[in-house]
Write a protein that binds this ligand. Structure first.
Ligand code: NAD
Length: 339
């Protein structure tokens, strides 16, 4: 904004607990004096000629600001709507899903030092939605892999590895069986390698990746993994389970050529909505990813540290999902005190 010198970011507060956890982010950003003005956008699903779409005003805001933060959106059941997340992905060409999974001190899981980064191809593979019945009782589902989509996500993965100073890029695949499709994905990674001599390229079969990750996740602390859509869907939730034991702490980024949208992985939690019980951590850590993406590294580090030290401080500082007694607002206050 030329008047204030601040960045403008679109904010989809979302449904259910969305407004409560969004308020937490806004209060903490204001206290930390982050140079961002949020523009609230409402994303209620519309059916245009039978196709789910998002309101034009929201599209305009996001296409202008290029960065958005998003709370959870409830998918209306039984009204012919496609998932809103899929709609956002398609509308803004968000081709890569970035899922870091890091241990949180103060919330014990099997492993203490999990630090994984997974990048999932977000537009094709088994999610291309090409399925048909050949004859009754025989159906066919097509896994679509293109050079173009593989190249853009793998290039982003190399660039991310370089920026995050993680010197290994691991392509996760099953090209022993899916010779042509996963084979192409692996070939593209090998072709791009010459542009990134500082990053070591490795390949790993999906079954080995699962076994090695659950056996010793610390083997991957210096790596970024990249994989086709379905493997990424499954692996990323496994990584969250290993690091945080729940999706309630897991942030994510959806990256496109122009627009990027950062969001918590959890849903709208209708069972606790409006009760000041929701944990805003996943949305806060998503906002930290967003600040890094925008180059606001110092603000990102300050907020991340305040959130993590609050969680580590004891059960009276944690929300109910982490077996604590804090409310959304008392947790937020505690984070603000630690900024
Ligand atoms: P959910 O994630 O909303 O809830 C699962 C459980 O986790 C509930 O018990 C809930 O109380 C708890 N929970 C989730 N987030 C929490 C938080 N921040 N703090 C404390 N507890 C939390 O999953 P669901 O019940 O399967 O889905 C509810 C709605 O959310 C559906 O309409 C679904 O379509 C939508 N959804 C949206 C997204 C998204 O926008 N990214 C993702 C998943 C589900």
């Amino acid at each position: 904004d030329p008047k204030t010198g601040n960045f403008k970011v679109s904010f989809i507060e979302g449904d259910g607990i969305g407004p409560e956890i969004s308020k937490s982010v806004k209060d903490i950003f204001a206290a930390a004096k982050v140079p961002i003005d949020f523009e609230s956008v409402v994303v209620k699903p519309l059916l245009v000629n039978g196709v789910t779409s998002i309101p034009e005003e929201a599209q305009k805001s996001i296409n202008t600001n290029l960065v958005a933060l998003k709370g959870p959106l409830a998918t209306p059941v039984g009204k012919g709507h496609r998932s809103m997340n899929l709609t956002l992905r398609k509308t803004f060409g968000l081709f890569a899903n970035l899922r870091p999974a890091k241990s949180v001190e103060g919330f014990k899981t099997i492993y203490d030092n999990v630090d994984l980064v997974l990048i999932r191809e977000n537009t094709e593979g088994e999610y291309a939605g090409i399925e048909h019945a050949i004859v009754p009782g025989v159906v066919q589902s097509i896994k679509l892999i293109t050079r173009e989509a593989s190249e853009r996500v793998i290039r982003f993965a190399y660039e991310y590895a370089r920026a995050a100073e993680r010197p290994r890029l691991i392509v996760v695949h099953k090209s022993t069986i899916q010779r042509l499709s996963d084979g192409l994905f692996v070939d593209v990674a090998k072709e791009l390698q010459s542009e990134f001599p500082d990053i070591k390229l490795e390949t790993e079969l999906i079954d080995n990746a699962v076994l090695n990750t659950v056996s010793d996740p610390s083997k991957y602390s210096d790596a970024v993994s990249v994989c086709p859509n379905l493997y990424g869907d499954i692996l990323s939730d496994m990584n969250s389970g290993l690091s945080a034991g729940s999706l309630g702490l897991t942030p994510s980024g959806n990256i496109g050529h122009k627009v990027s949208i950062f969001e918590a992985v959890h849903g709208s939690a209708p069972d606790i909505a409006g009760q000041d019980k929701a944990n805003p951590t996943a949305l806060l850590l998503s906002s930290v990813m967003m600040l890094h993406h925008m180059g606001l590294h110092e603000h990102a580090a300050q907020i991340e540290k305040a959130v993590l030290t609050t969680i580590a401080a004891g059960p009276e500082c944690r929300t109910g999902d982490l077996k604590g007694t804090a409310s959304t607002s008392s947790f937020t206050e505690a984070v603000i005190k630690r900024l």
